[in-house]
Design a protein. Structure first.
Length: 464
């Protein structure tokens, strides 16, 4: 959790009105031992809230949501096997000038400011996690830009909390606390930066650096580099929504993936105004943007020449990011080891330049934004590009299934397609999603792409 600021400490010290009037007590009232905020036992007396943070999550389909509130108390909370009813707390959110209640679903103590997905969550600790219903209409953390969420949430305790034996743990009170900050797991681990190319054009970017490199920057260990290209909806000046509008970047930086495949993850963002000049001037194919992107990648690799595995540079992109992949691969056919273009479009006349590059493409058959066959701006979609690759000599392995299958079934279909590709020595795979099966919007065909361990494992296996 972020450190307690001097401002927060002063606000709490000046009077407990800054936090809910809560207290703890034990049956041994005579024992007034005081514990630290990381204490080993519940103390008698008051237990003030030190700070309040929102916990957000980047989701596969609903983008960036506020999914919990974390209250940090002065002393450890031990429910002794008891549970806290959701009705003990009330949470309100003020978003876009409108104040409305959030639905509390679970409450439990913890040692870390994060949602515990287990069926029986929590452990004794100085934090209280208040989970919120992600389906609330006011759950979103961003529109086109991140919403101003500082102090946007209030949390009040409206019922006492006791152990199963009836001993008081937290007492309700008249005061509500407001959130000090916003915690977004994984996203918070990306450093923010910018790069100005030799022509003076500036690209903002976010960068995830593998833990081994962070611990020892002098290491000679080499890591893959994953470059993510966002879609048109994330063109902005906030250097954030390329991480939070979908899981294209978060997928590669989450702890379980980094334990398996530690890598650098570079996520640039196209600035406003959005370049929309036609077939070869849209987003990542805009001449200024593409030149800056190429120079950014080259410079990053050069500056980290001791630690980037140049045989394992990967491109991942969705929608106009997929368009950028097909364009960039054709212009730099000897740089990238593999690519994952989703819902993209491109120039079929350039496919003969990239027949040697491993590609796993996917697209919804009923995509209305980037049509599966026709594409956009006079450049055809994925189906037509795969045909052009075949004509140019690549062996394309194709499969079609529903995009709303459970994860296990979805990955089983992907695994079967990969076995088929390996049996025929094919390094280009193409997944089509059956009409009517892509949730929310048929254009959002990437909802399961980045949750698919079979595809991500395949990507990291590729090397030039």
């Amino acid at each position: 959790m972020r450190r307690i600021t001097r401002r927060t400490a002063l606000a709490v010290t000046a009077g407990a009105v800054a936090a809910p009037a809560v207290s703890t007590a034990t049956a041994l009232a005579a024992d007034t031992t005081t514990a630290t905020s990381k204490g080993r036992q519940v103390t008698s007396g008051r237990n003030p809230v030190l700070r309040t943070d929102l916990v957000t999550r980047v989701t596969p389909r609903n983008n960036w949501l506020v999914t919990a509130v974390a209250l940090q108390y002065s002393h450890r909370i031990d429910l002794r096997g008891g549970v806290i009813l959701p009705s003990a707390f009330q949470v309100k959110a003020t978003v876009g000038g409108q104040t409305a209640a959030r639905t509390v679903t679970r409450v439990y103590s913890s040692t870390t400011p994060e949602v515990d997905d287990r069926s029986h969550p929590g452990r004794p600790g100085d934090l209280l996690i208040i989970e919120l219903d992600p389906n609330d209409s006011n759950a979103r953390a961003a529109g086109i830009d991140p919403l101003p969420l500082d102090r946007a949430y209030s949390v009040g305790q409206v019922a006492d909390v006791h152990t199963p034996e009836g001993e008081p743990v937290l007492r309700a009170g008249p005061f509500a606390s407001r959130n000090d900050d916003v915690i977004t797991p994984v996203v918070d681990d990306f450093a923010a930066g910018s790069f100005t190319d030799s022509a003076g054009f500036e690209l903002d970017f976010r960068l995830y650096q593998p833990e081994g490199f962070v611990r020892n920057p002098q290491t000679r260990k080499r890591y893959p580099l994953v470059v993510t290209l966002h879609g048109g909806g994330e063109v902005a000046d906030n250097n954030m929504t390329q991480l939070t509008s979908n899981r294209i970047a978060v997928t590669f930086a989450k702890p379980e993936r980094q334990r398996r495949d530690p890598a650098f993850v570079l996520s640039p963002q196209i600035p406003l105004p959005r370049p929309m000049d036609g077939p070869d001037g849209t987003d990542w194919t805009d001449a200024k943007v593409q030149a800056a992107l190429i120079e950014l990648i080259d410079t990053f690799v050069s500056e980290h020449s001791r630690n980037v595995d140049t045989a394992r540079l990967y491109l991942v992109g969705l929608s106009s990011g997929g368009r950028g992949i097909y364009s960039l691969l054709a212009k730099r056919p000897d740089v990238f080891a593999a690519a994952l273009p989703t819902a993209g479009w491109g120039d079929p006349s350039t496919m003969d330049r990239i027949t040697h590059i491993p590609i796993w493409a996917d697209h919804s058959v009923d995509d209305p934004v980037v049509p599966y066959r026709e594409g956009r701006f006079g450049k055809p979609g994925t189906w037509t590009l795969m045909n052009a690759l075949e004509t140019a000599g690549a062996r394309v392995t194709r499969g079609e299934w529903a995009n709303d299958l459970p994860k296990a079934q979805f990955e089983a279909r992907s695994r079967a397609l990969l076995r088929q590709a390996r049996a025929t020595r094919s390094h280009v795979l193409f997944t089509s999603y059956t009409p009517g099966t892509t949730p929310v919007n048929p254009h959002l065909s990437w909802a399961q792409t980045y949750e698919n361990d079979v595809v991500i494992d395949w990507l990291f296996e590729q090397s030039r």
